[in-house]
Design a binder for this molecule. Structure first.
Ligand SMILES: [Zn+2]
Ligand SMILES: [Zn+2]
Length: 231
Protein backbone atom coordinates (compact mmCIF):
# COMPACT_ATOMS: atom_id res chain seq x y z
CA UNK A 1 0.00 0.00 0.00
CA UNK A 2 1.36 3.42 -0.96
CA UNK A 3 1.05 6.40 1.32
CA UNK A 4 -2.33 8.06 1.40
CA UNK A 5 -0.90 11.09 -0.38
CA UNK A 6 0.03 9.25 -3.55
CA UNK A 7 -2.77 6.70 -3.55
CA UNK A 8 -5.08 6.82 -6.56
CA UNK A 9 -8.72 5.99 -5.99
CA UNK A 10 -11.02 4.64 -8.64
CA UNK A 11 -13.91 6.74 -9.89
CA UNK A 12 -16.27 4.14 -8.45
CA UNK A 13 -14.74 4.45 -5.00
CA UNK A 14 -15.01 8.24 -5.18
CA UNK A 15 -18.66 8.01 -6.23
CA UNK A 16 -19.45 5.64 -3.36
CA UNK A 17 -17.69 7.87 -0.84
CA UNK A 18 -19.59 10.93 -2.09
CA UNK A 19 -22.87 9.02 -1.95
CA UNK A 20 -22.07 7.98 1.61
CA UNK A 21 -21.68 11.61 2.67
CA UNK A 22 -25.04 12.45 1.07
CA UNK A 23 -26.94 9.47 2.44
CA UNK A 24 -25.46 9.17 5.91
CA UNK A 25 -25.89 12.77 6.93
CA UNK A 26 -22.45 12.53 8.52
CA UNK A 27 -19.80 15.17 8.00
CA UNK A 28 -17.17 14.76 5.33
CA UNK A 29 -14.53 14.45 8.05
CA UNK A 30 -16.42 11.63 9.77
CA UNK A 31 -16.98 9.67 6.53
CA UNK A 32 -13.35 10.16 5.53
CA UNK A 33 -12.21 8.80 8.89
CA UNK A 34 -14.46 5.75 8.51
CA UNK A 35 -13.12 5.05 5.02
CA UNK A 36 -9.54 5.65 6.04
CA UNK A 37 -8.94 8.41 3.52
CA UNK A 38 -7.87 12.00 3.97
CA UNK A 39 -10.70 14.42 4.57
CA UNK A 40 -9.12 16.91 2.12
CA UNK A 41 -9.42 14.36 -0.68
CA UNK A 42 -13.01 13.55 0.10
CA UNK A 43 -13.89 17.23 0.46
CA UNK A 44 -12.34 17.89 -2.96
CA UNK A 45 -14.30 15.07 -4.63
CA UNK A 46 -17.48 16.12 -2.90
CA UNK A 47 -17.13 19.76 -3.95
CA UNK A 48 -16.34 18.79 -7.53
CA UNK A 49 -19.33 16.42 -7.71
CA UNK A 50 -21.63 19.16 -6.44
CA UNK A 51 -20.23 21.62 -8.96
CA UNK A 52 -20.77 19.08 -11.74
CA UNK A 53 -24.41 18.75 -10.70
CA UNK A 54 -24.69 22.52 -10.89
CA UNK A 55 -24.90 22.82 -7.09
CA UNK A 56 -21.50 24.33 -6.64
CA UNK A 57 -20.61 27.75 -5.33
CA UNK A 58 -21.48 30.58 -7.72
CA UNK A 59 -18.82 30.84 -10.41
CA UNK A 60 -17.43 27.38 -9.67
CA UNK A 61 -16.63 25.50 -12.86
CA UNK A 62 -17.95 22.05 -13.70
CA UNK A 63 -15.49 19.36 -14.80
CA UNK A 64 -16.56 19.89 -18.42
CA UNK A 65 -15.98 23.64 -18.14
CA UNK A 66 -12.66 23.10 -16.46
CA UNK A 67 -11.61 20.76 -19.29
CA UNK A 68 -12.79 23.34 -21.84
CA UNK A 69 -10.79 26.05 -20.11
CA UNK A 70 -7.70 23.84 -20.09
CA UNK A 71 -8.13 23.18 -23.81
CA UNK A 72 -8.57 26.88 -24.62
CA UNK A 73 -5.52 27.81 -22.59
CA UNK A 74 -3.45 25.15 -24.36
CA UNK A 75 -4.65 26.30 -27.79
CA UNK A 76 -3.94 29.90 -26.90
CA UNK A 77 -0.43 28.97 -25.78
CA UNK A 78 0.21 27.05 -29.01
CA UNK A 79 -1.14 29.94 -31.05
CA UNK A 80 1.13 32.38 -29.23
CA UNK A 81 4.11 30.14 -29.96
CA UNK A 82 3.14 29.93 -33.62
CA UNK A 83 2.83 33.70 -33.83
CA UNK A 84 6.27 34.10 -32.28
CA UNK A 85 7.82 31.62 -34.72
CA UNK A 86 6.16 33.30 -37.70
CA UNK A 87 7.17 36.77 -36.56
CA UNK A 88 10.75 35.63 -36.20
CA UNK A 89 10.67 33.98 -39.62
CA UNK A 90 9.23 37.10 -41.23
CA UNK A 91 11.79 39.28 -39.50
CA UNK A 92 14.53 36.91 -40.64
CA UNK A 93 13.46 37.14 -44.28
CA UNK A 94 13.02 40.90 -44.10
CA UNK A 95 16.55 41.17 -42.76
CA UNK A 96 18.01 38.88 -45.38
CA UNK A 97 16.48 41.11 -48.07
CA UNK A 98 17.43 44.44 -46.50
CA UNK A 99 20.68 43.47 -44.82
CA UNK A 100 22.28 44.26 -41.49
CA UNK A 101 21.12 47.88 -41.55
CA UNK A 102 17.83 46.44 -40.29
CA UNK A 103 18.22 45.28 -36.69
CA UNK A 104 16.32 42.16 -35.73
CA UNK A 105 14.00 44.05 -33.35
CA UNK A 106 13.24 46.56 -36.10
CA UNK A 107 12.56 43.75 -38.53
CA UNK A 108 10.14 42.22 -36.06
CA UNK A 109 8.43 45.60 -35.56
CA UNK A 110 8.10 45.87 -39.34
CA UNK A 111 6.56 42.41 -39.47
CA UNK A 112 4.08 43.44 -36.79
CA UNK A 113 3.32 46.68 -38.60
CA UNK A 114 2.54 44.69 -41.73
CA UNK A 115 0.25 42.36 -39.74
CA UNK A 116 2.29 39.75 -41.52
CA UNK A 117 2.06 36.89 -39.07
CA UNK A 118 -1.62 36.27 -38.50
CA UNK A 119 -3.36 32.98 -39.25
CA UNK A 120 -3.13 31.21 -42.57
CA UNK A 121 -1.76 34.36 -44.22
CA UNK A 122 1.34 34.17 -42.10
CA UNK A 123 2.05 30.62 -43.23
CA UNK A 124 1.53 31.70 -46.83
CA UNK A 125 3.88 34.61 -46.30
CA UNK A 126 6.67 32.55 -44.78
CA UNK A 127 6.32 29.91 -47.48
CA UNK A 128 6.41 32.60 -50.16
CA UNK A 129 9.49 34.24 -48.67
CA UNK A 130 11.38 30.98 -48.13
CA UNK A 131 10.70 29.88 -51.73
CA UNK A 132 12.08 33.09 -53.22
CA UNK A 133 15.28 34.70 -52.00
CA UNK A 134 14.45 37.83 -54.04
CA UNK A 135 10.83 37.97 -52.89
CA UNK A 136 11.13 41.45 -51.43
CA UNK A 137 13.22 43.05 -54.18
CA UNK A 138 11.31 41.38 -57.03
CA UNK A 139 7.92 40.37 -55.69
CA UNK A 140 5.73 38.49 -58.14
CA UNK A 141 2.34 39.97 -58.96
CA UNK A 142 0.58 37.03 -57.31
CA UNK A 143 2.31 37.43 -53.93
CA UNK A 144 0.25 37.19 -50.73
CA UNK A 145 -1.35 40.39 -49.44
CA UNK A 146 0.88 40.44 -46.37
CA UNK A 147 3.91 40.70 -48.68
CA UNK A 148 2.31 43.84 -50.14
CA UNK A 149 1.96 45.24 -46.60
CA UNK A 150 5.41 44.07 -45.53
CA UNK A 151 7.01 45.92 -48.45
CA UNK A 152 5.13 49.10 -47.55
CA UNK A 153 6.23 48.78 -43.91
CA UNK A 154 9.86 48.26 -44.98
CA UNK A 155 9.68 51.32 -47.24
CA UNK A 156 8.16 53.39 -44.43
CA UNK A 157 11.02 52.24 -42.17
CA UNK A 158 13.50 53.76 -44.64
CA UNK A 159 14.49 50.69 -46.66
CA UNK A 160 12.68 51.61 -49.86
CA UNK A 161 15.89 51.38 -51.88
CA UNK A 162 16.17 47.64 -51.13
CA UNK A 163 12.61 46.59 -51.80
CA UNK A 164 10.11 46.96 -54.62
CA UNK A 165 6.51 47.77 -53.87
CA UNK A 166 3.91 45.61 -55.59
CA UNK A 167 2.00 47.61 -58.19
CA UNK A 168 -1.56 47.14 -59.36
CA UNK A 169 -1.60 44.93 -62.44
CA UNK A 170 -4.05 47.26 -64.21
CA UNK A 171 -3.17 50.86 -63.34
CA UNK A 172 0.40 50.23 -62.21
CA UNK A 173 -0.03 52.27 -59.04
CA UNK A 174 1.26 51.22 -55.63
CA UNK A 175 -1.25 53.47 -53.83
CA UNK A 176 -3.99 52.43 -53.09
CA UNK A 177 -2.42 49.13 -52.08
CA UNK A 178 -3.07 46.29 -54.53
CA UNK A 179 -4.72 44.14 -51.93
CA UNK A 180 -7.19 42.49 -54.28
CA UNK A 181 -6.50 39.25 -56.07
CA UNK A 182 -7.09 39.52 -59.80
CA UNK A 183 -6.87 36.65 -62.29
CA UNK A 184 -3.40 37.75 -63.46
CA UNK A 185 -2.12 39.18 -60.21
CA UNK A 186 -2.74 41.85 -57.63
CA UNK A 187 -5.13 44.72 -58.23
CA UNK A 188 -5.98 47.90 -56.35
CA UNK A 189 -9.54 48.14 -55.06
CA UNK A 190 -10.46 50.65 -57.77
CA UNK A 191 -9.33 48.42 -60.63
CA UNK A 192 -10.76 45.32 -58.96
CA UNK A 193 -14.12 47.11 -58.73
CA UNK A 194 -13.95 48.16 -62.38
CA UNK A 195 -13.10 44.62 -63.42
CA UNK A 196 -15.97 43.16 -61.48
CA UNK A 197 -18.35 45.17 -63.69
CA UNK A 198 -19.68 43.25 -66.67
CA UNK A 199 -22.53 43.67 -69.12
CA UNK A 200 -25.71 42.54 -67.37
CA UNK A 201 -27.08 39.42 -69.07
CA UNK A 202 -30.59 40.92 -69.04
CA UNK A 203 -30.40 44.67 -69.69
CA UNK A 204 -26.92 44.80 -71.20
CA UNK A 205 -25.71 47.69 -69.01
CA UNK A 206 -22.16 47.43 -67.67
CA UNK A 207 -22.60 47.12 -63.92
CA UNK A 208 -21.53 45.20 -60.83
CA UNK A 209 -22.94 41.72 -61.10
CA UNK A 210 -25.47 41.22 -58.32
CA UNK A 211 -26.82 37.71 -58.88
CA UNK A 212 -26.20 34.65 -61.05
CA UNK A 213 -28.95 33.37 -63.31
CA UNK A 214 -28.97 30.60 -65.98
CA UNK A 215 -28.47 33.22 -68.72
CA UNK A 216 -25.56 34.83 -66.84
CA UNK A 217 -24.86 37.52 -64.23
CA UNK A 218 -27.46 40.23 -63.76
CA UNK A 219 -27.31 43.74 -62.28
CA UNK A 220 -29.00 44.95 -59.11
CA UNK A 221 -31.90 46.80 -60.84
CA UNK A 222 -32.70 43.67 -62.89
CA UNK A 223 -32.63 41.55 -59.75
CA UNK A 224 -35.05 44.02 -58.11
CA UNK A 225 -37.50 43.56 -61.00
CA UNK A 226 -37.78 39.81 -60.37
CA UNK A 227 -41.15 38.72 -58.91
CA UNK A 228 -39.74 37.42 -55.61
CA UNK A 229 -37.42 40.37 -55.03
CA UNK A 230 -39.62 42.26 -52.55
CA UNK A 231 -39.47 40.40 -49.30
ZN1 LIG B 1 -5.25 49.75 -60.09
ZN1 LIG C 1 -29.49 44.56 -65.77
Amino acid sequence: MGSKYTKRYTEEFKRDAIALVDSSGKTVTAVARELGISSESLRGWYRRAKADRGEGAPGELTSAEREELRRLRRENREQQQTIEILKKATAFFARSAVGDSLAFEQAQAVAEEARAWRGANAFRLVRYLSDRPDALSMPSSDCPTCVVRLLVALTAAGHGDKVTLVACGDCGRTDPLPTNNGPEGRLCSRCAGRRAKKPCARCGKVASIYARRPEGGICNPCRDKEPDAKE
